[in-house]
Design a protein around this ligand. Structure first.
Ligand code: MTE
Length: 325
């Protein structure tokens, strides 16, 4: 998606489609189950999580809806959210991840959290999943290519995990490194990026309640192509900040290098906040097309500052967001 010359011409969004009935029915069923158990404590959540994660991708995942942090906009059909992807480790075409990511092995899986922390740790994914109750949050995700989706993610705030390892006073940034294993990821043969895929956030961004450590979507365990078993979702930033299939989280005193910034620094800044007033050199950021909803000949919808998540504005007070793009 970000390579300077698109390999296969212009990417067209999928035509409008309705959400498959099974997905809707499944969601209704799962929300009803959540309502029935709303009053129960963490013990039950842990049991539910353990049970769910003993299973493979596609299995149901119990989570409590968080309406306060969810948009009520129409959700992108499951089919589009899982077949129109960017996950270059599995190929650069939008359809490649869905076709190729079945080779990703999501168990056993560990995530190492280290650097400027008092309690560095390597956590087994099944333990990481049980550190906090899972929530469902329906977020807009805006890609720098000019399209967007609305996805019900399942996870818990990244801040829960970071607090567990007790950041030192020197921790100012967080670096996320994702899996780079040639035996599982055919896309690594291409030199489109300097692997592994690395992303980063400033510490206050990482600790913001909207930053979600994500393990599922649409009430299910994350499909491999969407970043199983654990990814980030940072809804006020362009989609490429939301690193998939994370294996290491490092707290640092200095701003980390990031894969896209390394590959084209004039195109991808460290901050990458959604900003309709700052165009990417090759794509206007003023408008966007909602995948699965907006037809190709329909007028595009306006992109909102911070993707509409105004509550993060205070993180950038006094910063020139044209300079820190
Ligand atoms: N993470 C890794 N490891 N590799 C990638 O190529 N692509 C990013 C991001 N995370 C990417 C990644 C980009 S460009 C986007 S837009 C989102 O994942 C897409 O997430 P989705 O496919 O679940 O919509």
């Amino acid at each position: 998606m970000f390579i300077k010359r698109p390999p296969n011409g212009i990417d067209l969004p999928f035509p409008s489609e309705i959400t498959p009935r099974a997905v809707y029915e499944g969601r209704r069923d799962f929300l009803a189950r959540i309502a029935a158990t709303a009053a129960v404590g963490t013990g039950i959540w842990e049991m539910a999580n353990r049970e769910a994660f003993a299973q493979a991708a596609g299995q149901r995942l119990a989570a409590q809806a968080n309406p306060a942090l969810s948009t009520s906009e129409k959700q992108t059909p499951f089919k589009d959210a899982t077949r129109y992807n960017n996950f270059y480790e599995f190929g650069t075409d939008k359809s490649d991840p869905a076709e190729n990511a079945h080779t990703l092995r999501t168990r056993p899986w560990t995530v190492t959290i280290e650097g400027e922390v008092k309690k560095p740790v390597t956590l087994d994914i099944d333990r990481l999943l049980k550190l906090a109750p899972l929530e469902e949050r329906i977020y807009r995700l805006r890609c720098v290519e000019g399209w967007s989706m609305v996805i019900p993610w399942v996870g818990y705030p990244l801040s829960h995990l970071l607090r567990q390892v007790e950041p030192t006073g020197n921790a100012r940034f967080v670096e996320f490194t994702t899996l780079a294993d040639r035996s599982q990821m055919p896309g690594l043969r291409s030199r489109v990026l300097d692997w592994p895929y690395v992303e980063g956030l400033r510490m206050d961004e990482a600790m913001h309640p909207l930053s979600l450590l994500t393990v599922g979507m649409y009430g299910q365990v994350l499909p491999n192509q969407n970043g199983a078993p654990v990814r980030l979702v940072v809804p006020w930033k362009y989609g490429f900040k939301s690193a998939k299939s994370i294996v290491r989280i490092r707290l640092l005193g200095k701003q980390p290098r990031t894969a896209w910034n390394d590959s084209a620094p004039n195109e991808y800044g460290f901050y990458s906040n959604v900003n309709p007033n700052v165009d990417h050199p090759r794509w206007s950021q003023a408008t966007e097309r909602r995948i699965g909803e907006d037809g190709f000949f329909q007028p595009k919808r306006k992109t909102l500052m911070f993707n509409g998540y105004d509550q993060v504005a205070s993180l950038y007070t006094g910063m020139d967001l044209k300079k820190f793009y």
